[in-house]
Design a protein around this ligand. Structure first.
Ligand SMILES: O=C(O)C(=O)C[C@H](O)C(=O)CO
Ligand SMILES: [Zn+2]
Length: 299
């Protein structure tokens, strides 16, 4: 069959399979030697995922770090359905993928293959490989949910699990003298919600504390993404990245995410207190598998 001028054979095939062509931002991997030469703008273009929250939209970015997809569903007065992306070459989004979702704003509802789960702020839903239909809605359009989602390739289907914030495993960390008193909340991890490779949780900072993840660490076995929220208007978080002896910073606004390659530290200090979701994928599900740097060795 003759194709219209400008329609490639691959695109024609996707159209025939009835896969919608929805824009997906792509983030490629960076070598640490190259990173040393990057200026501010290049660091931002390679690692920052901003403008994530778009009303009545599911906004996803595909990273080539362990093929992690980072996104936000922000239903206001409409129900949003997770759509398929041509990049996945799958029949549906979760055909070969799993997903973790944390609500960071108003109360919301997620319906998975007809079963509904209500998520208040800081609750988490895990959806295993094979779920065909995922729909997002808000309880109150004037205080809509902001569903932050991470999705990674999966080899088997684990059950859908809702974990409220009070059920998450909590670890207190930090001291007031180091301005880093915080609670690490673990949801999807080796001893929590079972997954193929996704590890996910969030950290809340005590009012007055501004530092996260200091002493800093790397984990060459896993990439990581931080998503900052509850950053007050007019404030920012200085997020530090790079190899321990070659660090750079990137300024983060509320609802910005930043990708951390396996060779990079990931730590932050805010101009006020804030919270953030962390999520990882890669070689193992062991939260404690970290190579911690001494503060005095960081450059
Ligand atoms: O504040 C912290 O410390 C963290 O939240 C650390 C992250 O959970 C992390 O980087 C896990 O690898
Ligand atoms: Zn980490």
């Amino acid at each position: 069959m003759r194709l219209k001028p400008g329609v490639s054979a691959g695109l024609f095939c996707l159209l025939k399979l009835n896969i919608k062509i929805i824009a997906l931002k792509i983030i490629h991997s960076v070598h640490p030697e190259d990173f040393k030469t990057y200026d501010t703008q290049k660091i931002r273009s390679r690692f920052l995922i901003d403008e994530l929250v778009q009303p009545n939209t599911i906004n996803c970015t595909y990273t080539h770090y362990d093929r992690m997809i980072v996104g936000v569903a922000n239903p206001t007065d409409k129900t949003l359905e997770l759509e398929n992306y041509a990049n996945l070459r799958a029949d549906y989004f979760l055909e070969r993928r799993e997903m973790g979702i944390i609500n960071v704003s108003g109360d919301g509802l997620i319906t998975v293959d007809g079963k509904s789960f209500q998520l208040k702020k800081l609750d988490c839903l895990y959806i295993g490989k094979g779920a065909r239909s995922v729909k997002f809605s808000s309880i109150n359009a004037s205080d809509p949910a902001v569903f932050y989602l991470l999705s990674t390739p999966a080899h088997t289907g684990y059950p859908v699990v809702l974990m409220t914030n009070s059920e998450a495993a909590k670890v207190k960390a930090g001291t007031t003298s180091a301005s880093n008193v915080r609670v690490i909340n673990k949801y999807i991890h080796a001893e929590g919600i079972q997954s193929c490779q996704l590890v996910m949780g969030l950290t809340t900072l005590q009012n007055g504390s501004v530092w996260n993840t200091m002493p800093a660490h790397t984990h060459d076995r896993r990439m990581e993404v931080y998503f900052y929220f509850d950053v007050p208007e007019g404030q920012r978080v200085f997020h530090y990245m790079g190899e321990g002896q070659e660090t750079r910073h990137i300024l983060m606004n509320n609802y910005d995410a930043v990708v951390s390659p396996p060779w990079s530290i990931h730590a932050g200090s805010g101009t006020s207190s804030y919270n953030f979701v962390w999520g990882m994928a890669g070689e193992n599900l062991d939260y404690t598998d970290m190579d911690v740097l001494s503060i005095t060795d960081i450059r």
